[in-house]
Design a protein around this ligand. Structure first.
Ligand code: ATP
Ligand code: MG
Length: 580
């Protein structure tokens, strides 16, 4: 019944003919020029280097698509490298989730899974080399003193009293730092570069610090750990990366990246290229902020469907194809901006439109008794799973004396242009027939509508009117006896503000949380054909949006559905208005 997602290979083949070639961008321009000049013998090697200190988010997806995409386009390679140089924040759970997410997105690092921690011994030797060259020294100032000595944009830095330690003394101290003789913070190893540089990163940056912490892979073997700037360029070089693609905040670090690679005898000198990170409206992206939401219990976990982690988007019902399409459409640029989340929603809607069967589910049931259908009599109507693609097949939907429609689809006092149900009016039940409302039963105390009585017109089987009378409204519905209970979770934006981080630095970003970002409906009724649905199956619920089965479901007992996205496409509207 449900069309399975095509396997990745097949999907690629389907995409290939006629599909637009991936757009060019400034990174590809650089690579093309490099290849024309014969740099790296025309070879292209990229890497995706996450730090395993949280779950990946859609910003990472942009970087993954870019790095793996470029490698594929140039018949090169893309490594997955876990940049695990900070033992305090890193965990095996994160490593596993990262691998899982990348595979799910449809990318393959083949046998090239690396860890920066595998190079710790190499990094150490490189550091020793720099000391021997007189280009690195052990500094015993405290963290605050180092900061103070470093000066600022207007003031040149001041030399540390340890800057002129002898090579021998430096070698000895560095070896003893490694041996664990000193407590955290007692010494650091610094590169000896330029205290007057206008680039603060070059004012004798720290290369190593003492951290007596257990590492998730190297255990207690090390108590000194390399800093990102030192480890990253060397990891790239050791792996023979040709183009080291990263986000803009590393632009000012590039001179340092190049300095280490120029000073040391390294296997190769990769080129760092920076692009603007992805920001998305109405959400936060940084792992630190996401961790805060998870730890404070503001969301239910790293895979909460309201946050933009890959795991969250997956649970929400996003497809890998829709995320890849989104990343393709936003492109790569040098200027930062915030992408409208409506574009992401548009991409998933477009993808789901042609790959999901359409079914009927009532979220807020209102009981309707069909007076002229005797109890026990069941009419069956044929209903295709897709309006244009017969490949989806069809099912029979049962129609019996008691049915449910949405509470919202009935108004006792309808406004003008109300085509849904109201007293004395007719409406079409999707795939079934025309019914007319003849009586309204209300709660005496509250006045709330409790039950409707209708009659059906057997001459309208299938929904057509043989006498040609116009029926404008069509409702989705289910048979009370045949339908099954379900829980449905509706999501809204997690924040009220398009940019929740706007405003003062350090202000509490959780202040603009949307308290209604999750609505749980527990008395929904699903059509019987959905009884066999399994986690991650996706559907269009007619008139309500796209939904997928949540792993919280207990198949055969109670199914839980997440709404991926509603049917209203604000992005398509924006695009249309721009075409005009
Ligand atoms: P965050 O700032 O969200 O906590 P990070 O930069 O610390 O993320 P890393 O694990 O270091 O996360 O990132 C791995 C790679 O993903 C890096 O190359 C980084 O540049 C890239 N990346 C991270 N966030 C984004 C983003 N929002 N858009 C594009 N690329 C990103
Ligand atoms: Mg980082």
């Amino acid at each position: 019944m449900k069309k399975p997602d095509p396997p990745r290979e097949e999907k690629r083949k389907m995409d290939a003919p006629g599909a637009p070639a991936p757009a060019s961008n400034f990174i590809k321009d650089i690579i093309n020029t490099d290849r024309e000049r014969g740099k790296n013998d025309g070879r292209v090697a990229t890497r995706f280097p996450p730090e395993p200190n949280g779950y990946l988010h859609i910003g990472h997806a942009k970087s993954i698509c870019l790095n793996f995409g470029i490698a594929a386009e140039y018949h090169g390679t893309c490594n997955l490298r876990l940049d695990d140089t900070n033992p305090v924040t890193e965990e095996v759970e994160y490593v596993e989730s990262i691998k899982d997410n990348i595979k799910w997105l449809g990318f393959d690092w083949e046998d090239r899974l690396y860890y920066a921690s595998d190079y710790f011994e190499k990094f150490y030797q490189f550091a020793v080399d720099l000391i021997k060259m007189g280009k690195a020294y052990v500094c015993s100032l405290s963290e605050e003193e180092i900061k103070k000595y470093r000066g600022n944009f207007y003031q040149p830095g001041q030399a540390s009293p340890d800057r002129n330690r002898s090579v021998e003394e430096n070698l000895d101290l560095f070896a003893r730092m490694r041996a664990g003789e000193f407590p955290d913070g007692a010494h650091v190893l610094r590169a000896k570069i330029d205290l007057e540089s206008s680039n603060m990163n070059l004012r004798d940056p720290i290369m190593y610090r003492i951290k007596k912490a257990r590492h998730h892979r190297t255990g207690d073997r090390w108590c000194i750990y390399p800093m990102y700037d030192f480890a990253h360029c060397l990891s790239d070089s050791v792996e023979g990366i040709t183009h080291s693609i990263c986000t803009l905040e590393f632009e000012d670090h590039r001179p340092l990246y190049d300095w280490f690679l120029d000073e040391l005898k390294v296997p190769s000198h990769p080129q760092q290229i920076e692009f603007a990170r992805l920001n998305l409206s109405y959400t936060v992206m940084s792992k630190r902020k996401l961790l805060e939401l998870v730890e404070k219990g503001i969301v239910r976990g790293w895979d909460d469907p309201r946050i933009p982690t890959i795991s969250g988007l997956r649970r929400r019902g996003y497809t890998p194809e829709s995320i890849r399409e989104f990343c393709e459409r936003i492109g790569v640029a040098k200027a930062e901006g915030i992408v409208d989340v409506a574009l992401l929603e548009h991409c998933v809607r477009q993808d789901l439109e042609n790959r999901t069967p359409r079914v009927m589910v009532v979220l807020n049931p209102l009981r309707v008794v069909v007076d002229n259908l005797p109890a026990g009599q069941v009419e069956e109507f044929d209903a295709p799973y897709h309006p244009t693609d017969p490949g989806f097949g069809s099912r029979k939907v049962p129609f019996s004396r008691v049915i449910y429609i949405e509470k919202d689809d009935f108004r006792e006092d309808p406004p003008p242009k109300w085509f849904r149900l109201s007293p004395g009016r007719e409406v079409r039940l999707r795939y079934a027939c025309i019914i007319k409302c003849v009586k309204v039963l209300k709660d005496e105390k509250t006045g709330e509508v409790k039950e409707l009585h209708c009659t059906w017109d057997p001459a309208t089987r299938g929904g057509d009117t043989p006498d040609g009378r116009k029926i404008k409204g069509t409702l989705h519905w289910v048979s009370a006896d045949h339908s099954l209970p379900a829980e449905v979770r509706l999501y809204d934006r997690l924040f009220h503000q398009p940019n929740p981080l706007e405003g003062e630095e350090g202000a509490d970003f959780t202040k603009t949380l949307n308290p209604d970002s999750l609505k749980i409906l527990i008395s929904c009724r699903i059509e019987p054909s959905l009884g066999k649905a399994a986690p991650e199956n996706r559907y269009q619920f007619e008139r309500l949006g796209y939904f997928c089965v949540d792993p919280d479901s207990t198949p055969g007992h109670l199914l839980v559905f997440n709404r991926t996205v509603s049917l209203r496409d604000s992005w398509a509207k924006i695009e249309k208005s721009q075409e005009k």
